[in-house]
Design a protein around this ligand. Sequence first.
Ligand code: NIG
Ligand code: FE
Length: 393
Amino acid sequence: MTSLVFSNIGELTTNDPTVGDESVMGRIKGAALVIEDGKIVWTGSSANAPAADSEIDVEGSAIIPGFVDSHTHLVFAGERSEEFAARMAGERYDGGGIATTVNATRSASATELRECTQSRLDALRAHGVTTVEMKSGYDLTLEGEVRLCEIAGDFTEETTFLGAHVVPIEFKNRRDDYVALVAGEMLDRCAPLVRWADVFCDQGAFSVDEARLILSRASERGLSLRLHGNQLGHTGGIELAVELDAASVDHCTHVSDLDVEALAGSNTVATLLPGAEFSTKSEYPSGRHLLDAGVTVALATDCNPGTSYVTNMGLIIALAVREMGLSVDEALYAATMGGAKALRRPDIGHLRLGAKADLAILSVSKAAHFAYQPGASLVRAVHIGGKTPGFWG
Ligand code: NIG
Ligand code: FE
């Protein structure tokens, strides 16, 4: 057993309400934190820190739980900057551009896909992400979706089958056949490779009934459920997610009072993706309204080439604070504990005793700077299970 103490932490955010300022953030000033075998074993005042095998003096920097990015589409090839520019000039997003990325991804080699996934993952980590969910969904053929699920599995345990992203062009006049393929043979092949199933349940993608069929089959094959819902309209995705006890319903750009009521009495997290409203020039939903109603809220990047080519979780926090009515601490909590709840992972998103030692060491003394310095590079290093994949400053 080897132990490591981080000392001289200017501000430690633990998300443990039993320590420090006893708020939900569990803040300790002038703190130390000890990890042993990849787990948190002690937090408290630096002055009382126990001896350890080695020490990292962080010289007044803040430490936070690593961000949990519970929604990304990292495995893709190509780019769609022209589509982005057209939207900034007034064009509406309708999911049609997904076909462009499908063509580029089908043509890319596995090596190319691995390389660009790795560089996007490096960018997320450089901004403090220690756990990342990754979806398939940019191939939409049987063998191609298997390939994307396998590649995602090389990078994370939080892998998601999204064969039901849109109906691909070759099934344009046979959508029932595509739904049958996804719910049948494609799921049979992909289910053993992933933890989650997701469906884009929205205008121009899949209906509530199609999504219910696909997700029910996925559940029968042992997958846990999540859902893209209510991005483009009041399309019933939120109600379906609650009905199926999905871990999370993501986007929630359009939310009715009934949706809020259903979410508030459920185990389904509302995952907000402000990068998508930013990049599609859409109205931001009110995170404030959801929180006030008692809904559990997560924040994620939704990193994808169409609606949110964002790898900076700090920017997501800043947008949630500026545009969705969250306080700075609520946004930090949603990007850490919220993401962990959206992935139903009790071991991450906080630095309580026994938690996985996933943390980010900042270059500033307070975590509030993520909102205060929007878009800045504020992360010096991340530790994942006590290991350091990289230092940046
Ligand atoms: O989460 N909405 C569906 N899927 C992605 C975007 C896909 C794309 O446009 O490439 C999203 O926004
Ligand atoms: Fe998405």
